[in-house]
Design a protein around this ligand. Structure first.
Ligand code: COA
Ligand code: AMP
Length: 631
């Protein structure tokens, strides 16, 4: 039996002793009563009875163990040219001081704190300071608009919001403070305090007594100690797209999260303490939470916080510069970033200008790695390129090649095999396991391993309904795929209305809610169409109110603007077309999949249940009028 298989089998058959052994690597303030509490199925809790502090495990522990002078964090801004190094000692001190500042504005154990910040070190300090106090952070990605922020404020009800005066995007400075003020105006809940980090590129105006300047607050604060919390207490809430405009608040607990993530650095990523790890993502996404902030710090690595893009900041050599300058061992990013580099520098000429010999592995996730990107990256970098599959809900990889245990042969299009702890199956609609090679729903047998989400914030019933009800005893990933004869997993598509734009997860349902708020739009559909750079892009079909006299072009432009205002630029919603009617089944279900296939010039069959086949000809003509299918 392979080393991989032996490890996987033990993680399932001897679950408690397996994770109990790994958990000894964590610093606990109080040991657990039990490794796993399964007395309230389908809800499970890891390490009940234990007490722990996440920030202690990320920072103070390393200082105590002699890593105080090692870099914990390197901030590299391709936007400003600034580079800052923080040793474990410095990051611990700054975090403790900011935690003290937060407690002065009323943040206590269990308080919620929203963090709406660009990619600056203060975002990491804010996250860790919350963890230090036992407060629950909820980071909101900077590319979301006020409306999305307001929805999260009302759900999480934060005591405080931490933000910065601005973010820097190529060609524009994003003023965060007005977006924050607008969100607070839109929300019903009002936070007690806002702490604003002033960046020199654009200073924010402090409006009310509620607003505090980061520097002023920190100058009079004293360092706060780590507060013990229960292993099962929430560490953070991270909102992710659901099928409606109401996002799902994915909850992560403290204990299981440290155990799983610390283990993952060595065993999945093959990275030893002291090595430099770079996740080129954003702290607003789960990849940023897990692999910019927490996992590398739990395991005593140096993590890179990069403010910039793969291309254009200033050129397609940006990633190679960072790798060579900071001696990065392993890089983790989304395939779309590599597609962007490949498009601008197909021959890899920029790569020749840098010494990237420290890099031993490239990890890709967020969307399926297409074979072209895989081969290009393998050929140019001459390192293993590892596609791995995971979700906001899972917090770490469900399937991956385990670089620290045994590297299995790479099969293109597959994120390899299930990671220990994830007992993955493929089921048909009647919940029967299908034969190898057959497509079905990808599900994970319960209990999920440590680090996976134990619930949704304020929505325990939705947690069961959305994830556990359809296949009793299993977690439904909402991805469809198959497992081949050799046990390799293939993730093919979502089974819900989520689309994946540049590695960002977006709900077409939420976009439809925005479009229908336009006064001239009677009905609409949003569907994902293929894009050679971003993987998918949203496309809107608009049916107008009868008698509407407004020119179509104007309505489309207004809809594009509305989406930017309501969801944010990250939605990348730039195309819509007016149609006479929407294609529907006789029971009224919109045939979004068929529209995508027509737009992508993929073979499609006339759905047997279609209400009126003629509509698809009309849709084809409308799509042709805006250049679909693309040649
Ligand atoms: N704050 C404000 N606006 C933001 C933002 C932020 N933090 N992040 C992105 N945006 C804006 C961008 O400026 C852009 O606005 P525009 O329409 O005015 O140009 C829009 O949101 C879309 O951004 P993005 O998805 O980054 O697309 P892009 O065209 O600027 O760049 C890529 C394309 C492929 C280079 C880029 O998507 C990328 O680097 N992706 C990496 C993927 C990734 O990090 N995934 C996370 C999961 S691993
Ligand atoms: P998110 O919650 O934003 O991380 O998005 C999770 C979704 O992204 C998954 O459900 C998949 O649909 C998709 N995804 C992430 N990684 C991969 C991968 N390696 N292969 C295929 N799909 C992926």
């Amino acid at each position: 039996m392979s080393k991989y298989q032996a490890e996987f089998n033990r993680s399932i058959k001897e679950r408690e002793s397996y994770w109990g052994e790994i958990a000894k690597l964590v610093h606990w303030d109080k040991p657990w009563d039990k490794v796993l509490d399964d007395s309230n199925k389908p809800h499970y809790r890891w390490f009940p009875g234990a007490e722990v502090n996440t920030c202690y495990n990320a920072l103070d522990l390393h200082v105590a163990q002699g890593r105080g002078d090692q870099n914990a964090l390197i901030y590299d801004s391709a936007m400003t040219g600034e580079i800052r190094h923080y040793t474990y000692r410095q990051l611990t001190e700054e975090t403790a001081r900011f935690a003290g500042a937060l407690s002065e504005v009323g943040v206590l154990k269990g308080s919620r704190v929203i963090i709406y910040m660009p990619m600056i070190p203060e975002a990491v300090i804010a996250i860790l300071a919350c963890a230090r106090l036992g407060a629950i952070h909820s980071v909101v990605f900077g590319g979301f608009a006020s409306n999305e922020l307001a929805v999260r404020i009302d759900d999480a009800k934060p005591v405080a919001i931490i933000s910065a005066s601005c973010g820097l995007e190529p060609g524009r400075t994003v003023a965060y403070k007005p977006l924050l003020d607008q969100a607070i105006d839109l929300a019903e809940h009002t936070p007690q305090a806002c702490v604003i980090y002033q960046r020199p590129q654009l200073e924010a105006e402090m409006l009310t007594e509620r607003d505090h300047d980061w520097h002023e607050l920190i100058s009079r604060a004293s360092p706060a100690p780590c507060v013990s919390v229960k292993a099962t207490d929430p560490l953070y809430i991270l909102y992710t797209s659901g099928t409606t405009g109401q996002p799902k608040g994915v909850v992560r607990d403290n204990g299981g999260h440290i155990v799983a993530l610390k283990w993952s650095m060595k065993n999945i990523y093959g990275v030893e303490p002291g090595e430099v790890f770079w996740a080129a993502s954003d702290v607003g996404w789960v990849v940023g939470h897990s692999y910019i902030v927490y996992a590398p710090l739990f395991s005593g690595n140096t993590t890179i916080l990069y403010e910039g893009k793969p291309v254009g900041t200033p050129d397609p050599g940006a990633f190679w510069r960072v790798i060579s300058q900071h001696k990065v061992s392993a890089l983790f990013t989304a395939p779309t970033a590599f597609r962007a580099i490949k498009k601008e520098d197909p021959e890899g000429e920029y790569l020749q200008r840098y010494d990237v010999s420290t890099l031993h592995t490239l990890f890709l996730a967020g969307e399926r790695t297409d074979p072209d990107t895989l081969h290009w990256a393998e050929e140019k970098l001459e390192v293993p390129v590892i596609d791995h599959w995971w979700q906001t809900e899972t917090g770490w990889a469900i399937c991956s090649n385990l670089m620290g245990i045994e590297q299995l042969p790479i099969k293109e299009g597959s994120p390899s095999k299930p990671v220990p702890g994830w007992n993955l199956k493929v089921l048909d609609d009647a919940a029967n396991e299908v034969a190898p090679g057959e497509i079905g729903s990808l599900v994970v047998e319960l209990p999920l391993p440590p680090g996976a989400f134990p619930t949704l914030w304020n929505a325990k019933e939705r947690y069961v309904e959305a994830y556990l009800a359809e296949f009793p005893g299993y977690y439904k990933t909402a991805d469809a795929g198959f497992i081949d004869e050799d046990g390799y997993v293939y993730v093919m598509s979502r089974t819900d209305d989520i689309i994946n734009v540049a590695g960002h997860r977006l709900s077409t349902g939420a976009m439809e809610e925005v479009l229908t708020s336009h006064p001239d739009v009677a009905e609409c559909a949003v569907t994902g169409v293929n894009d050679s750079l971003k993987g998918q892009l949203p496309l809107g079909l608009l049916v107008l109110n009868s008698g509407c006299k407004t020119p179509h072009e104007q309505i489309v432009n207004e809809c594009v603007g509305l989406m930017r205002e309501k969801i944010g630029p990250v939605a990348a919603f730039k195309q819509a077309v007016v149609v006479k009617r929407l294609p529907k089944t006789r029971s009224g279900k919109i045939l979004r999949g068929t529209v995508s296939k027509i737009a992508d010039a993929e073979p499609w069959k006339m759905p047997a249940t279609i209400d009126d086949p003629e509509i698809l000809n009309e849709i084809t003509e409308s799509l042709n009028s805006i250049g679909y299918p693309k040649s």
